[in-house]
Design a protein around this ligand. Structure first.
Ligand code: FES
Ligand code: FES
Length: 145
């Protein structure tokens, strides 16, 4: 039995050894805001926070995380970054957006007014096939309104 605190709520779940955190979130817990795209650790679509650190959930095995504190995009629904992404029109197909917002939330928690270089560095692991990078940077720059 695995115990995870997800978005502040305690969950006890049976997870077979070898199942990814992304699969566990989506299939065992119905938290489908976390997306799976490459499923190989290349794109960042599946990013969640584990103890506040952006983590690729498609290549993280759930059974290694007993007792961990996890934040998914569902736990960030009231974060001002969500509005900032909408205001900046930083969403096209939207598939990468949950992972982008999760990574950005860790950045602004550590550095509320990041420079352009800091944004690019922190967001380098989150790919966007629609090419919304300038808008994503604008959203992160203006997240405080
Ligand atoms: S789906 Fe996890 S890095 Fe691409
Ligand atoms: S908005 Fe389409 S992949 Fe980023």
């Amino acid at each position: 039995m695995l115990e995870l605190r997800i978005n502040g709520e305690l969950h006890q779940i049976d997870v077979p050894v070898g199942r990814s955190l992304a699969q566990t979130l989506r299939e065992s817990l119905g938290l489908t805001g976390t997306k799976i795209a490459c499923n190989e650790g290349h794109c960042g679509a599946c990013t969640v926070l584990v103890a506040g650190v952006p983590t690729l959930s498609c290549i993280t095995l759930a059974h290694t995380l007993d007792g961990a504190e996890i934040t998914t995009i569902e736990g960030l629904r009231d974060h001002p970054l969500v509005d900032a992404f909408v205001r900046a029109d930083a969403v096209q197909c939207g598939f990468c957006t949950p992972g982008q917002i999760v990574s950005a939330s860790a950045l602004v928690a550590a550095k509320p007014s990041p420079t352009s270089d800091e944004i690019r560095h922190a967001m380098a692991g989150n790919l966007c096939r629609c090419g919304t990078y300038p808008k994503i940077e604008e959203a992160i720059t203006s997240w405080q309104g």
